[in-house]
Design a protein around this ligand. Sequence first.
Ligand code: ATP
Ligand code: MG
Length: 254
Amino acid sequence: MDRANDAPAIELEQVGKVKPVLLGDSVKELEVIKDVSFCLGKGEVLALIGPSGSGKSTLLRMINRMEDPTSGSILLCGLDIAELNVRELRRIVGMVSQTPALLPGTVADNIAYGPKLRGQRCDPGRYLGLVNLETDLLSRPASALSIGQQQRMCIARALANEPEILLLDEPTSALDQTAAHKIVTLLNQLNRELGLTVIMVTHLMEHAQAVATRVALLVRGQLIEEGPAAEFFAEPSTTIGRKYLQGELTDDEH
Ligand SMILES: Nc1ncnc2c1ncn2[C@@H]1O[C@H](COP(=O)(O)OP(=O)(O)OP(=O)(O)O)[C@@H](O)[C@H]1O
Ligand SMILES: [Mg+2]
C-alpha cells in the first residue's frame, strides 16, 4: 500500500450514515451517524463509547467497509478506503466482534486462515503466543476452547494478517470478569509491543480507562467529544460527557 507516512492512522471527514428502517408499511430514512469528523494517530488506543443505539457499531463497521458511509470519507494512513481493495483493507484493519466468530477446524486452521487465503505461510503458534495462549491448543477444535480463549484466538487470527489497526466491538461483553480483564491487559500489551492502533467499543468505563489513550463519545450519531482519555476521565469537556460518565444521561438525551 502506498501511503503517506506522516498521515494519521484513521481520519474521518464529515462521515454520515443514513439507514432505511421499516416502520409499519413505510420505510423511513434514519440518520444514524451525523457529520462525524476526527483523527486518530498511529499507535493510539481509542475507546468509542456512548449509549446503546448511538451508532458505535455502525461507525466501526464503516472503517473496514462492512458498511459504507452515505456521506463524507474515511482515510487510512492518508488513503481513501473507498479506493482500496476491500480484501487488502480488511487485512490492514482487523475486526474482532462481541462474540467470538469461529471458522470450522482447529485453532491453527483459524489463525492461518487469512495468510492461507493469500497463499502465504504462517506460524500460528507465534500468534497464539502473542495472545498469551499455550501452543498445545493449536491442534484442538476452535469450538473446544473456552469463550475467553476463543476471543483471544480471534485476536490472534486478526494479528496473523499483520494488521495496522484493530477494531473491537465490545470484545469483553460475552466474557466473565477474569477473561475480560485478560483481554484488556492483552490490548495494552499489543499496543505497547506491536504499536497497533486500536479502536475499542465498550460500555465499561473501567475498561476504557485501563486501555484508552483517547476517548470518543457518540450520542444519537453525533460526536459529542473526542480527546485524550486522561482529560476525559478527569473532567469531560461537555455537559453530556459529564452526565454520561456519571450514568445520568436521561432517555430524552440519548
Ligand atoms: N440493519 C439496520 N437497519 C436499520 N437500522 C439499523 C440497523 N442496524 C442498526 N440500526 C439503527 O442504527 C442505530 C445505531 O445502531 P448501532 O448498532 O450502530 O448502535 P450501537 O451504539 O452499536 O448500539 P449498542 O451499544 O446497543 O450495540 C440504532 O438506532 C439502530 O436501531
Ligand atoms: Mg453496537
